[in-house]
Design a protein around this ligand. Structure first.
Ligand code: BES
Ligand code: MN
Ligand code: MN
Length: 464
C-alpha cells in the first residue's frame, strides 16, 4: 500500500527540508504589526507551494486580518474528503538573546533527543514544519498517482492570535469546506519511539487585569504604609486564587468540569511517564499542582489558572523608591470539557472585583478564548489514524489528551459538524513558543510517511 508514494518521499527528503527552510526564513509573526508584509509574503509563498504540487483553485482568501490559504484536489465526489488545517503564522521570537542562532535563519543541529538532527527556527515545529508535512505528503501521493480520496487545504495566518477571522470564514463558507474529517498536525506525541495521537485539547479563557491605586506614582517613603500599593495588592489577589491544595478558589469554577471515571484515569496512567526525567528536563526539585492528580492529569484533564505576565513600577537599573500608581497581569485559564470560556471569564471578573480591597480600583479585560475538544477513540477517523501510525512506526499509538489549546477545533465541530484528528509529531522538548524552537528531522520525515497511510485507511474504512 502507498509503495510509490513512500518511494517518492524517500527520494525527495532533502528537497522537502530545503523547501521548509525557505518558509522558516519568513518571519510571519501575526502578533506584531511590524511584520505585516512578512506574514502576507508567507501566505503567498504557501499558495505557490500548493499550486506547484497540483492543488487546484488555490486562493489567498482575504479577511479582516491575514489571508486564509485555501486549495483543493477533488478526484471523485463519491470518495471521502479530508480537510487539512494548519497555520503559517508564528509566535514572536523574543527574548531573542536567548536563541543560540537567529530565529529566522534556520540551522540543522544534532541533539540528544534528535540524533538525526533537528531544524532550529521559530515555527519549525509550531506549525510550519508540521503543516508543511501535509503539503509534501499530498505531493507524494499525487506524484505517485496514489491519492485515494479528495483533499482540501485551509491554512490560516492568525492561529497564534486567536483565529478570530477564521471563525468568520468558516461560518461563511460551510459549502466550500464540506468534508468528512479535519486533519491537523499542530500538537505533539510522547516520544519518537512512543507514537501517540492527541485525543483532547484544553479550552482557554484569557484576561488582563489592571489595578489602580493612587492617581500618580508616589515616593515610597512619604506614602509607604499609608496607601494601598497596587503591586502588593495585585500579588495578594493573585495568590488568593489558589488554595493550599492547588484548587482554584473562584466560586463556580469547577461546577461544569467533567470528571473522568476511574477506568479512564487508569487507562491514561498506562502512558509512560517518568517523574525523575520530567523534573530533570526542567531542572526542578519537584513538581507542583492540584492535590489528588498526577502530573499528566494536571496537565490535561484538569483546568488551571496561571499568570503569564505581570508588571508595574520600576524595573530598570538600580533602585528607585516608588509606589506605582498601577499594576497589571495577564492571566490564562486552561479549561476542560464542559467549561464554557465566556462563563469562566465572567466568573473570574465577578470574583476578582469582589475581592478588590477598598484602596484600589480594578479593571478586568477579557481576551480571546475557546472551548476544549475531545476525539472519541471509537470513531472512524481515530481508527484510521491508529492504523496509519501502526504501519509507519510498527507500534500502535497511545491516545493522549494534551494540555494545549487549538480553539478552532471546537468551532469546526460546532459550525461544520466535523471531528478533528490531531496527528501531532512534535515533542514537548521542541521548545515551541520558546527560544531555540526546533523540530526533529525524524519527526518531519515520519510525519510525511504517516499521513498518506491515514488517507489510505480513512478511505478504506469509509468504503466499508
Ligand atoms: N500548536 C499550538 C497548540 C498545541 C501545542 C496544542 C502542543 C497541543 C500541543 C497552538 O499554536 C497554540 O500555541 N495555541 C495557543 C492558543 C492560542 C489561542 C494562542 C496555546 O495553546 O497557548
Ligand atoms: Mn500551533
Ligand atoms: Mn502556537
Amino acid at each position: 500500500m502507498m509503495i510509490k508514494t513512500q518511494e517518492y518521499i524517500q527520494s525527495e527528503k532533502e528537497k522537502f527540508v530545503s523547501e521548509l527552510l525557505d518558509l522558516l526564513k519568513i518571519p510571519s509573526i501575526s502578533a506584531d504589526p511590524a511584520f505585516k508584509n512578512n506574514v502576507m509574503n508567507c501566505a503567498e509563498r504557501l499558495a505557490e507551494k500548493l499550486r506547484e504540487i497540483g492543488i487546484e483553485k488555490v486562493e489567498s482568501c482575504q479577511t479582516a486580518g491575514y489571508p486564509i490559504v485555501y486549495g483543493e484536489k477533488l478526484i471523485n465526489p463519491n470518495l471521502p474528503t479530508v480537510l487539512v488545517y494548519g497555520h503559517y503564522d508564528v509566535q514572536p521570537a523574543d527574548p531573542i538573546e536567548l536563541w543560540a542562532s537567529p530565529p529566522f535563519e534556520p540551522v540543522i543541529k544534532k541533539t540528544e533527543i534528535h540524533p538525526e538532527g533537528a531544524i532550529f527556527a521559530r515555527g519549525a515545529c509550531d506549525d510550519k514544519g508540521q503543516m508543511f508535512m501535509h503539503v509534501k505528503a499530498v505531493e507524494a501521493m499525487l506524484k505517485a498517482n496514489e491519492l485515494p480520496c479528495n483533499v482540501k487545504f485551509m491554512i490560516e495566518g492568525e492561529e497564534e492570535v486567536g483565529s478570530e477571522n477564521l471563525g468568520i470564514f468558516v461560518k461563511n463558507n460551510k459549502e466550500k469546506l464540506n468534508a468528512d474529517i479535519i486533519l491537523v498536525s499542530d500538537t505533539g506525541m510522547l516520544a519518537n519511539d512512543t507514537p501517540s495521537v492527541t485525543t483532547g485539547l484544553r479550552g482557554l479563557s484569557y484576561v488582563e487585569v489592571e489595578v489602580t491605586g493612587p492617581n500618580r506614582d508616589l515616593h515610597s517613603g512619604l506614602y509607604g504604609g499609608c496607601v494601598a500599593n497596587p503591586i502588593n495588592v495585585l500579588a495578594q489577589m493573585i495568590a488568593s486564587l489558589h488554595d493550599e491544595n492547588g484548587k482554584i478558589t473562584i466560586p463556580g469554577f469547577y461546577d461544569k468540569v467533567v470528571e473522568l471515571s476511574d477506568e479512564e484515569r487508569a487507562e491514561m496512567a498506562k502512558a509512560p511517564f517518568s517523574h525523575e526525567e520530567y523534573c530533570k528536563a526542567l531542572d526542578l526539585k519537584d513538581v507542583m499542582g492540584e492535590a489528588g492528580y498526577s502530573t499528566p492529569e494536571r496537565g490535561s484533564i484538569r483546568p488551571t489558572l496561571d499568570v503569564n505576565g505581570i508588571w508595574g513600577g520600576y524595573t530598570g537599573e538600580g533602585a528607585k523608591t516608588v509606589i506605582a500608581s498601577k499594576a497589571y497581569a495577564k492571566i490564562s485559564m486552561r479549561l476542560v470539557p464542559d467549561q464554557d470560556p465566556e462563563e469562566i471569564t465572567l466568573l473570574f471578573k465577578n470574583h476578582f472585583e469582589a475581592i478588590t480591597p477598598n484602596g484600589v480600583r480594578v479593571v478586568v479585560k477579557p481576551h480571546h478564548g475557546g472551548e476544549a475538544a475531545v476525539t472519541p477513540i471509537d470513531s472512524v477517523g481515530y481508527k484510521a489514524a491508529s492504523l496509519a501510525y501502526e504501519k509507519a512506526f510498527g507500534k500502535k499509538p497511545i491516545p493522549v489528551r494534551s494540555g494545549g489549546s487549538i480553539p478552532i477545533v471546537a468551532m469546526f465541530e460546532k459550525e461544520l459538524g466535523l471531528k478533528t484528528i490531531l496527528m501531532g509529531f512534535g515533542l514537548n522538548s521542541d521548545a515551541i513558543h520558546s527560544p531555540n524552537e526546533h523540530y526533529g528531522l525524524f519527526n518531519f520525515y515520519k510525519g510525511i510517511e504517516t499521513i498518506p497511510y491515514f488517507y489510505h485507511f480513512f478511505t478504506e474504512l469509509n468504503a466499508k
